[in-house]
Ligand binder design. Structure first.
Ligand code: ADP
Ligand code: MG
Length: 295
């Protein structure tokens, strides 16, 4: 190891110890006390107003840098759109946040206390980060309702009680979710018979049953009809505030609908942030036009 790397390692170790101390302090009581195992993973601290810190991460695949010193932060309750050409590193960034890929260097943290790089994929889901992959993955043979019921069971707080019978509160939660994802009239339908767009909504509903604080959505409207796309934008706008959302998407009309002329978008290119700002401003940015929008 070079002295440089050793210094980095020592620094990281120190930061880790400091975070561990912070966790012990918050673990001792309050709301977290009931969630024994989850509390052990750390309690996210959002008092700085930041849900996600991605700081200076680099990922190399056989010497090729898919991410190159990428840094960005997402605020609590923020809806952030990420755009950029194919191969820019958008999916790889999500892989790093969710523990699927480990960056060669840099840090990723959830709130100011949870170092995501030391957690496994399932642990990252448990602390409150949900991810929607591009392809819908629902239980095709089960009804819409049963899919949501299973997602609820994946939440350890209710798993113990669930297999006896759903209580009134749980039924209410599923009922409310059916409304949120526009599937109230399809509750008893077999999920395999839903349209592509409806399956996507169902999967988003399943993620939401676990009440993630941060939701990552990779090209959620690819393959949807115009009407489904519009309804998806409405759905995301209704989630904003209660959840932080990171949405990767190429559909500029959809991004425009989500950002409402006032939210920041981030443009990735060659593994780094190329531009960040209002959609209209990045669309007018020469560099962005050249590498992405102009083609
Ligand atoms: P985006 O989602 O922005 O289209 P990706 O994050 O999927 O981009 O990919 C970024 C770059 O990293 C691409 O050049 C891709 O080919 C490469 N890449 C992604 N995953 C792997 C992998 N597992 N092995 C090798 N190369 C990869
Ligand atoms: Mg991708």
């Amino acid at each position: 190891m070079t002295p440089d790397l050793m210094a980095q390692g020592a620094e990281r170790r120190q930061a880790y110890e400091a975070r561990k101390q912070a966790q012990v302090a918050t673990e001792s009581g309050g709301r977290s006390a009931g969630y024994g195992r989850i509390a052990k993973l750390g309690v996210p601290d959002f008092t700085q107003g930041v849900a996600l810190y991605v700081d200076d991460i680099t990922v190399s695949f056989d010497g090729f840098r898919a991410l190159n010193k990428l840094s960005l932060t997402v605020n609590v309750g923020e809806l952030r759109c990420i755009i950029g050409p194919n191969g820019a590193g958008k999916t790889t960034m999500m892989d790093c946040i969710t523990g699927k890929t480990r960056p060669d260097s840099g840090t990723v943290s959830f709130g100011s206390t949870i170092d995501l790089l030391r957690l496994s994929e399932p642990e990252i889901a448990q602390v409150g980060i949900g991810r929607k992959f591009q392809k819908p993955t629902v239980y095709e043979d089960l009804s819409v309702f049963e899919n949501l019921e299973l997602a609820l069971a994946a939440d350890r707080r209710v798993r113990a009680s669930l297999f006896s019978r759903l209580n009134g509160e749980q039924l209410d939660r599923i009922g409310a979710m059916l409304g949120t994802i526009h599937l109230k009239d399809d509750a008893q339908r077999t999920a395999g018979l839903l349209s592509h767009g409806q399956k996507q909504w169902l999967e988003i509903g399943m993620l939401l049953m676990q009440d993630p604080k941060l939701l990552l959505l990779d090209e959620p409207v690819a393959g949807m009809t115009d009407e489904e796309t519009e309804r998806t934008a409405e759905l995301f706008l209704s989630l904003e505030g209660q959840h932080s959302l990171v949405v990767v998407e190429h559909d500029m009309k959809f991004v425009d609908q989500l950002t409402q002329g006032r939210k920041k978008v981030t443009v990735l290119h060659e593994g780094s942030v190329l531009a960040e700002g209002l959609l209209a401003d990045v669309q007018a940015n020469e560099k962005v036009v050249e590498v992405y929008l102009g083609r």
